[in-house]
Design a protein around this ligand. Structure first.
Ligand SMILES: *[C@@H]1O[C@H](CO)[C@@H](O)[C@H](O)[C@H]1NC(C)=O
Ligand SMILES: *[C@@H]1O[C@H](CO)[C@@H](O)[C@H](O)[C@H]1NC(C)=O
Ligand SMILES: *[C@@H]1O[C@H](CO)[C@@H](O)[C@H](O)[C@H]1NC(C)=O
Length: 628
């Protein structure tokens, strides 16, 4: 399905763009992100276009999709690569992870024992070299001595007599401060696990030869051992760039450390940050993934402002406005309703709503409590099972989600919402046949819910039935001519087929309809999609950025808009600006997987900036990247 032909960007001297173009690092980063998909997923997802080769993907936490952020020339990510069952991927990952540790350990060992060819020469009498005797030798003699001492050091090293080797290298250094001698002595300290000494010696070696990759890798390894992860990441990144990404081991290390650094920083950032709602685009998408239900009977008559029932009803009205403020008010209304106490007949519903908003705020634990209370009070309310399944999925617990769907089916076998959401679970698990079956079932039970049709069309597309998919969308256009979502997702699939003009026409239509339908709380996805389309089609950065900025004016917290701008800036080599956007995306993250995702981009960018500062000459070095 990798269809999109990627416009190739002219070669630019920028490190970051070149790095991004490298086949290894970024595609690995992308597939790592793809692996997190299941975790980041939130039900309510309408989908995606997974583009063809060369795209960097960013998890759209929003709707759980993998959303294209921008295409990078030459990176070998392909939709096929992104596919495959989650379980398979997961397994592969852990295996890769383990192997990775093993190889990095081995590599370190292998490198450390990088054998000096044992010299067959007979033992030479070496004069005693120390701080005072060194003065007595001529420059010529020192040079000669240095070489002999190093050879002797190598010999001791190879017979694992590290202390002897250290003494010999120390003398060699006295004769001639050569970066190789420092690096060799560091190898001895490495074998002894003396990390601070490794760092000291490799630093001395790097000071003498800034492009000494072996010493850089050795220092990186030591930094990792001492848990100085940012420094290790910086060294491994430098090593990757110096070697034009040819060293797989270093590239894997970058990936590993990027994750560690992002996780560490992410946890710290999430700690003590007040929980808040995500952007209204997110909230609206989640809420509208459930068919609208009538307000519980009698609730609209609750006018006593000191009663919980009143606030429960108010919360429902707040939701209708679809703006950031009104969603926040809804969230507070549901809290207040339960504080004041609601009538028994609304109690399950009230817990359900408060739990829903807690879930949206990323507070999975409390949300789970509320939704479970709701189920305990009224086991027949199927929405609660579905919502609990969302939470389980976000925690990566597919089995628990499946169990809840099964329970829901036993209570309401004819509730189309259940099948729609179960289909979503199949979809993100790449089980397209099952997904298509469930979407169809949902449609059979209720033809009026637009999202089942859209999702079915996208699923058919993912199954490779492009013709059926396009037919489904044409039918949708006919039957739901005022639905912006139909045009938006239709456009995405056209974009994936590189039918740029048609795609843009659909996005424009979606934008117009959004404006008309929801002037207050417009869904900004079509604007972002249009930005991607003009970028891919004409490489029109300016227009693409302008569209994303417009999306941000309408929905300032829209993380996809922010991340898309960051990618656009990165592609233009505006690295520093890109970094501020990645950081902003991290600030807006709701959950740990989201923040880790955003921060790994930020850290990768920041690190490459630092490398650029450390190695200014590299910025002008054309880096021939292997093209996939
Ligand atoms: C031993 O000597 C060789 C040749 O001079 C050198 O390149 C190598 O790095 C040394 N090996 C070790 C482990 O010290
Ligand atoms: C250096 O070596 C000489 C000759 O072996 C010895 O006499 C002297 O004490 C040593 N000096 C130091 C500072 O170790
Ligand atoms: C590490 O090496 C340094 C420098 O030789 C030495 O002073 C220190 O005692 C060593 N530390 C350990 C733990 O062996």
């Amino acid at each position: 399905m990798s269809t999109a032909s990627i416009p190739s960007t002219p070669a630019t001297p920028s490190l970051v763009v070149d790095a991004a173009a490298s086949s290894s690092l970024w595609s690995r980063l992308s597939s790592w992100i793809a692996d997190n998909k299941a975790v980041t997923y939130t039900v309510g997802a309408v989908v995606i276009v997974v583009t063809g080769a060369g795209a960097i993907y960013y998890i759209n936490s929003q709707k759980g999709d993998l959303r294209r952020l921008g295409d990078l020339p030459g990176s070998e990510t392909s939709s096929e690569k992104q596919d495959g069952s989650i379980r398979k991927k997961k397994k592969k990952r852990t295996k890769a992870g383990k192997k990775d540790e093993a190889t990095s350990g081995q590599a370190a060992a292998a490198e450390a024992s990088a054998p000096p060819t044992p010299t067959a020469e007979p033992e030479l009498e070496l004069p005693d070299v120390n701080e005072s005797t060194i003065e007595t030798f001529t420059a010529e003699e020192r040079k000669m001595l240095a070489g002999k001492l190093k050879d002797a050091g190598n010999k001791s090293y190879n017979s694992k007599e590290y202390n002897d080797a250290i003494a010999l290298y120390t003398k060699a250094i006295l004769c001639k401060p050569d970066p190789i001698f420092y690096s060799n002595r560091a190898a001895c300290y490495n074998a002894q696990g003396n990390w601070s000494a490794v760092i000291e010696d490799t630093t001395a070696a790097i000071a003498l030869n800034p492009a000494y990759v072996k010493a850089i890798n050795r220092r990186a390894h030591a930094y990792e051992q001492t848990e100085e992860y940012s420094k290790a990441l910086l060294d491994y990144t430098a090593s990757c760039i110096l070697e034009s990404f040819k060293n797989d081991n270093a590239a894997l290390s970058v990936e590993r450390l990027l994750k560690i650094v992002a996780e560490t920083k992410g946890r710290k950032m999430l700690e003590g940050r007040p929980k808040r709602l995500p952007s209204p685009t997110f909230v609206t998408n989640y809420l509208q993934s459930f068919r609208e239900k009538p307000v519980p009977e009698g609730l609209e008559d609750a006018t006593d402002e000191s009663s919980g029932d009143y606030y429960l009803n108010k919360g429902l009205r707040d939701i209708q406005l679809k703006t950031a403020q009104s969603y926040e008010e809804a969230s507070q209304s549901f809290e207040k309703a339960l504080e004041l106490g609601v009538s028994d007949k609304y109690l399950a519903f009230a817990h359900n709503m408060r739990g829903t908003f807690k879930y949206l705020k990323g507070d999975g634990a409390e949300a789970l409590e509320d939704i479970t209370s709701s189920i305990d009070i009224d086991p027949t309310m199927t929405q609660s099972y579905i919502k609990r399944a969302s939470i389980s999925l976000e925690n990566g617990d597919k089995e628990a989600a499946e169990e809840d769907f099964a329970r829901a089916v036993t209570f309401s076998p004819d509730d189309p919402d259940i099948y729609y959401h179960r289909a979503q679970l199949h979809f993100i698990s790449f089980e397209y046949t099952e997904a298509a079956r469930d979407y169809q079932k949902s449609i059979d039970l209720d033809r009026d819910f637009i999202y089942s049709h859209i999702q079915l069309g996208v699923t058919q597309y993912k199954q490779g039935s492009i013709a059926s998919s396009m037919a489904t969308f044409r039918r949708c256009v006919k039957n739901f001519e005022s639905s912006p979502d139909v045009f938006n997702y239709y456009g995405e699939l056209l974009l994936d087929q590189t039918k740029f003009e048609e795609a843009i026409e659909k996005f424009d239509r979606a934008i117009d309809l959004e404006k008309k339908e929801k002037p207050m709380g417009m869904n900004v996805l079509p604007l972002i999609n249009k930005a991607l389309a003009v970028f891919q089609w004409k490489q029109n950065y300016e227009e693409a950025e302008r569209l994303c900025q417009k999306a941000l004016i309408l929905d300032p917290d829209c993380d996809i808009a922010i991340a898309t701008i960051a990618q656009l800036l990165l592609q233009q080599g505006k690295v520093e600006e890109a970094l501020t956007y990645f950081e902003r995306a991290a600030d807006l993250s709701r959950t740990e997987p989201e923040i880790v995702n955003a921060l790994s981009y930020a850290e990768a960018t920041r690190t490459q900036l630092q490398v650029q500062e450390l190695y200014p000459h590299l910025a002008n070095r054309p880096m021939a990247m292997p093209r996939a």
